[in-house]
Design a protein around this ligand. Sequence first.
Ligand SMILES: [Zn+2]
Length: 342
Amino acid sequence: MQSEKINQIKAEIASATATNAEELEAYRMRFISKKSVIGALFAEMRNIPNEHKKAFGQEVNEVKQLAEEKFQDLIAKSESGNQKKASLDQDLTLPPTAWPVGGIHPLTAVRQRIVTIFERIGFNLSEGPEIEDDWHNFTALNFPENHPAREMQDTFFIEKHPDIALRTHTSSVQVRVMENEEPPIRTLSPGRVFRNEAISARAHCIFHQVEGLYVDENVSFADLKQTLFHFAKEMFGKDTKVRFRPSFFPFTEPSAEIDISCQLCGGKGCNICKGSGWVEIGGSGMVDPNVLKNCGIDPEKYTGFAFGMGIERIAMLKYQINDLRLFTENDIRFLSQFRGLL
Ligand SMILES: [Zn+2]
């Protein structure tokens, strides 16, 4: 009699169908769940005489397995059925969904703008390694032995090689150019630089610089001023004023910080310019004769000027960005605002 019941369940399983979620659930309730007909068979086990228990148990397990296999089968069939249905529901005459197109990163756009401005007045592009030796990063550039930039807290040195460091500026590229080329040299070196700084709204351990170098006979400070004056007007607009403030760098003499009139207040004084009407964009100066000599260029015959600017700094001033960290956070809400630049 039990066998008859089991055979009946088997037949029922074999003919079961399910095309949607409700029917699948109904199947699950009838054959799989604890309260299913198969569950009831297991409950009956205790009423079976001992000598038949083993055979009965085998039969019940068999039907249980059958029910589960069928269940998987029904799930698979109903899924592929749904997909088929979904694909038939599509209207192929509708226009496709537009995929959002990415944009150029603001730093890349600003870098490209700077490069274009200088290329138009005869500068070429030069690049160098980000991992530098002491000579190209410091010594050739007239940094004295005890200069603070050479300390571990300012520069990332590679531990096993105190001579090797991540470059702290792209001036190292200028050294390489001067070592390998004869004047006249007019070159622009953009690139990534590294300093051991705590990350904040105003400082980062990785940032980008662009440095320019012009070496030839009779290059004067007037050429430096005129070149940067041209750059400031091209980059920030024709009403931009430029100011040079005396400063000190080991590799230039004389040296000057470059300020431009504040873009936000037009020179009247505001938060951004701290009330002065001026904001700093970089450093500059006449190449120190020692540096020319170190690079195999005769300082008696040639003179040159050099300047350096932070690309982040220029981008922050141009687009009034108030936090340096935004450039590296990869937040689409920030980056998408620069779509269409260039
Ligand atoms: Zn201002």
